[in-house]
Design a protein around this ligand. Structure first.
Ligand code: HAM
Length: 423
């Protein structure tokens, strides 16, 4: 039997790689233009890093982590997200002391043992940013603005941004008590999953999609009415910054997010071209995580992560055709001598960083022209014995149909010039 990939771990084939490069390139371009610098951390970490930051009671830690025993009984985990790893690296390398204000971004694979479906995988990829060492509301609005601009730049400007504030831990604790009290009054109406949530992580009840739970949830107290005054003022300022930047958002007082480290601002970004898994990105502020992980207590932080698979799904569903890699020039050869000359030209252009192709085997003129067309080359150079004798070769622009005769020793210069003009 042929060996297949692991369930939920997906190959990215060449037909899609253009989309991946497009998103990765845009990420670097946009994130760096906002002053973020890339950080790369290991794929696996000590398990306690995630259980202590993301939280024992969360779905990620309690059900979804790929954890394994290393030699010497150390439990290691494939990273389910990167905020915790970034904070660990920030503290481990003394950045919190040397230069506490850091703007970092990342691109890479994450691992969660979820039930696979369209847009939900067990190995998936995120791009994300973390602004560490700052508590100002302008920073929350800055990362949201970056996400909005990023989506705009890739043709997904029609995202929906949903915002809420979960306050600081003390006010949240009090709110959780109130919420539990209210939900317990109608426990019988709630679904079985919510019964478990009532015990383990009451806030998750607010996320429940089961119809019979909705009237109970609607009647329950809302977190925004119970957060501390400072957090409320912070939230007002975040909204004012977003208004100033003309960024559209909605407030959802039920949005609490599934990770324990959040304080104050939380947000989710969704897109209508996705199905059930419509969260294309999410993030928020985490002002106590650096302190809880052994760093200075006063250092706040905020950030987001976007799911690349979901971005690609949305682009495909919207039928946005994104750059496909096509050769700039294709060489067509008639006869052995022409083939040898073309082979030389091919590598001269490649050495200049231009993507050039040619048929390596023995194919008819018709078949070579057909593949030049199919590969959507910009230019085609057709070289035969006659052209070699006259030391002049026709170069055709396949996009406009125009053709020019170029001296054989000027082919490289000519194509280089055209390449510069096109880029
Ligand atoms: P998260 O909401 O768990 O947040 O994940 C962020 C995004 O990753 C989701 O909105 C979704 O697009 C994508 N994603 C999550 N799970 C999967 C999956 N199984 N398959 C495909 N895509 C998925 C975080 O990870 C936080 N670290 C975000 C953050 C950064 N908060 C502050 N800074």
């Amino acid at each position: 039997m042929k060996i297949q990939s692991v369930k939920g771990a997906v190959d990215i084939l060449p037909e899609d790689i253009g989309l991946w490069h497009f998103i990765e390139n845009k990420t670097r371009e946009m994130f760096e233009s906002f002053g973020f610098q890339e950080i790369r951390t290991p794929i696996f970490e000590k398990t306690e890093l995630f259980s202590r930051s993301v939280g024992e009671g969360t779905d990620i830690v309690s059900k979804e982590m790929y954890s394994f025993e290393d030699k010497g009984d150390k439990s290691l985990t494939l990273r389910p997200e990167l905020t915790a790893s970034v904070v660990r690296a920030y503290l481990q390398h003394g950045l919190s002391v040397k230069e506490p204000f850091q703007k970092l971004y990342y691109i890479g694979p994450m691992f969660r043992r979820e039930r696979p479906q369209a847009g939900r995988q067990r190995q998936f990829h995120q791009v994300g940013v973390e602004t560490l060492g700052g508590s100002a509301p302008g920073l929350d609005a800055e990362v949201i603005a970056l996400a909005a601009r990023f989506f705009n730049s890739i043709g997904l400007g029609d995202i929906r941004i949903v915002l809420n504030s979960v306050g600081m831990p003390q006010s949240r604790e009090k709110y959780i008590e109130l919420l539990k009290e209210s939900l317990l009054k109608e426990k019988e109406t709630l679904c079985q999953d919510c019964h478990v949530r009532l015990e383990k992580n009451v806030l998750r009840v607010l996320d429940c999609k089961v119809a019979t739970c909705q009237p109970v949830i609607e009647k329950a107290p809302q977190i925004l009415d119970h957060i501390d005054d400072e957090s409320l003022a912070h939230f007002e300022k975040v909204k004012a910054c977003l208004d100033q930047l003309n960024i559209k958002y909605e407030i959802n007082p039920r949005l609490v997010r599934g990770l324990d480290y959040y304080t104050r601002t939380v947000f989710e970004i969704s897109h209508s071209a996705l199905g059930a898994q419509d969260a294309i990105g999410a993030g928020g502020r985490y002002d106590v995580l650096i302190g809880n992980m052994g760093g200075p207590k006063e250092l706040g932080a905020t950030g987001f992560a976007l799911g690349i698979e979901r971005i690609i799904l949305a682009l495909k569903n919207k039928q946005k055709v994104v750059e496909r890699i096509s050769p700039f020039v294709t060489f067509v050869s008639l006869g052995e001598e022409a083939w040898t000359k073309n082979y030389e030209l091919l590598f001269q252009l490649r050495d200049q960083g231009i993507y050039a192709e040619m048929e390596m085997g023995d194919k008819s003129l018709k078949s070579q022209m057909r593949s030049a067309d199919k590969n959507q080359a910009n230019y085609v150079v057709v070289l035969g014995t006659e052209e070699l004798a006259q030391k002049e070769v026709p170069i055709k622009n396949l996009k406009t149909g125009e053709q020019e005769k170029v001296a054989l020793d000027k082919v490289e210069d000519y194509l280089m010039q055209k390449y510069k003009e096109a880029n």
